[in-house]
Design a protein. Sequence first.
Length: 368
Amino acid sequence: MKRRRRRPGKHSLYEARVGAGLTAALWRARHLDWWPDDVSRVFDLDADRLVVLSDMHRGTRDRADDFLPCEDAYKRALDHYGESGYTLVLLGDSEELWKSPPEKVISSYPGVYEREGRFHAEGRLLRIWGNHDEEWASPILVEQMLDPVYPPGGLRVGESLLLEVRSGVETLGHLFLVHGHQGTGFSDTLAFLARFTVRFVWKPLQHVSRASRTAPSANRRVREKHNKAIRKWAESHDKLLLITGHTHRPVFASISILDELERRLGIDIDRITARSDDEEFWDDVVTDCMKRGWLGDAAPCGPPAPDGRKTLQPSLFNSGCCCYNDGRITGIEISNGAIRLVLWSPGTADGRRVLASAALERVFERIA
């Protein structure tokens, strides 16, 4: 039987569900004020500094703890951003509460919470909850569990953050930061079932096999389906730049970096992971991508869109994750007028590498 093709431009049911979830989250960001009064809703492009890290999935230092190999790189990154005056945004799934209770996770990483606590004490920490740590949607649990490790207390954890981006007196657009699971099946509407499966099936298997769970899906088609859904939603909003986590795959200017490298350059993702600390290798990869016009200030819109349009709008960014198997972490920086995708590696004095960079003002110019 011949498979019927969907008409171009028509949204799938999955895209409709994800779009509805993000639309509801954006409405709540505009109308429900869960941040304290001293948190600015304006990002000054010329003065402010922001770093977005997500998906640590901190556990209890056992064989099912995906964050454990990344602890060193994460601490080094926090030390750097703390000294450099950045505001730290933790974009969800900081704790892996599908596997373990919060008190056990928190007690397992005192050094990590001490570093995050410094940002909070200076008014430079913004925490957003994801599907694996949605317990923090409850202010009561935040007060009971997180306030003791984030002195002087008073921590707020929100679902999302909407920032107006200004350059001088001119408004360029808005940054919408949200974990990115809204509207999905197991991660949102059926999270209770996913939580049961992870805690009582997957975690015991990890103890036996040491298998790692560093992405919602190991299937590239599933990841692309989700990226396409949230990208389409972002493109439907004027001058809105969406920054998410959740998929554990970094996206820069609507380009899924690892997946594009695998598909277009014929590089296997496992090879990228294995050589993440090879400086010459990464230089070659980034240089090749810039030559092809996928990265950099000159062409932040990237490659031709799969649905036939000339280019993708650079409206979607993803911080990647802080639980790669080899101890790397990735994140999004915004400072000095630029937005950057960065990689931190463990065990080196200066483990930070910039994988992609673009002038944020230019990115907003290319968002319809």
